[in-house]
Design a protein around this ligand. Structure first.
Ligand SMILES: NC(=O)c1ccc[n+]([C@@H]2O[C@H](COP(=O)([O-])OP(=O)(O)OC[C@H]3O[C@@H](n4cnc5c(N)ncnc54)[C@H](OP(=O)(O)O)[C@@H]3O)[C@@H](O)[C@H]2O)c1
Length: 295
């Protein structure tokens, strides 16, 4: 039997799709087509992926490939799959993959009914632009979700071609997995924005505020990498410094700082969880009581 050769068609020429196509092509893989919504995004794709069909016609792109990667926004994956399946642009034996962290494989069921093998591969990484994605996809952990063993091996192989590290994830765990990623990355950014606003309140200009905070943020990340969460935690909760905590909470007990008070008290509860190894039980209980009082 002739060895199967993957012909990759990418649907969605944004940050992730363009970077995936670029990496695969540089690895010597056959990328045959990229479909995107607008000719604007296709112009960017053209700078990164050479000599392939570039089209706004999803079906045309799908028909050229036997390994289709959907990298549209999450909300459009189900409709994109349906369009491909209804037009028979995905066939028995083809592979169809999406790269969303939040969605399961139900969105790919129309293709599964056509005999295609489905998977999701999600890079546990954040990509603000194509260049960043090209740089950071290699070396990232990828959650691989499949319903069968066959596509599991293939999807793992695809991740390795991208330079990633595949880790299996059950379909039913995807939502919680994705919440973990959002907390670790997106909400960290939101948290830095909260710190930025606090510094603006004491007169620092927006850009200066983040610039001033950057060495602190980077130092924290380095400590996390080196020591893990428990040992990286410093500050009043880690020291059991209840006087400082009370002063912070009283300062935040202000109508306009209501959200900040909620964030401070609830995250301090998680910090307390980490501090329990170092701070006495009695002091931890006092801190908990104080935090609950202000919650
Ligand atoms: N960015 C991240 O940090 C990250 C990380 C992990 C996983 N992911 C996943 O990767 C996938 C892609 O995300 P992304 O950040 O690359 O999104 P993106 O930059 O917004 O790109 C989405 C692309 O899809 C195109 N598109 C929209 N509707 C389409 C349609 N009907 N048919 C074909 N193409 C269409 C858009 O074209 P136009 O530009 O012309 O509108 C755009 O180029 C998502 O599933 C996301 O969850 C993203």
């Amino acid at each position: 039997m002739a060895r199967r050769v993957d012909r990759f068609a990418i649907i969605g020429g944004g940050r992730v799709g363009t970077a995936v196509g670029n990496i695969l092509q540089r690895k010597g893989e056959q990328v045959v087509a990229v479909a995107s919504r607008s000719s604007d995004s296709l112009r960017t794709v053209e700078r990164y992926i050479k000599g392939v069909l570039l089209t706004t016609d999803v079906v045309k792109a799908g028909k050229k490939g036997n390994a289709i990667i959907i990298t549209t926004p999450d909300d459009l994956i189900a409709d994109t799959c349906l369009s491909l399946a209804s037009a028979r642009a995905v066939k028995k034996g083809d592979y169809l993959v999406h790269m969303s962290g939040a969605l399961g494989l139900d969105v790919l069921e129309p293709a599964e009914e056509m005999g295609a093998r489905t998977a999701s591969i999600h890079p546990l990484q954040t990509f603000a632009d194509v260049r960043g994605a090209v740089r950071n996809i290699p070396g990232s952990v990828f959650a691989v979700t499949t319903r069968e063993k066959g596509p599991q091996a293939w999807a793992g192989g695809l991740v390795r071609k991208l330079g990633g590290d595949p880790v299996l994830l059950a379909e039913e765990d995807k939502t919680l997995y994705h919440i973990g990623a959002v907390v670790a990355s997106n909400l960290l950014v939101a948290l830095e924005h909260a710190a930025e606003l606090i510094y603006q309140e004491i007169g620092l200009h927006e850009e200066k505020a983040l610039k001033a905070l950057m060495p602190l943020i980077e130092g924290t990340v380095r400590n996390l990498r080196r020591l893990g969460t428990e040992k990286a935690l410093t500050g009043p909760v880690a020291r059991g410094d209840i006087g400082v905590l009370r002063r912070h909470l009283e300062c935040l007990e202000h109508e306009e700082r209501e959200q900040l008070l909620k964030v401070y008290t609830s995250l301090s509860m998680f910090a307390l969880d980490l501090a329990e190894a170092e701070v006495s039980k009695a002091r931890c209980e006092e801190i908990e009581e104080l935090l609950l009082h202000f919650s």
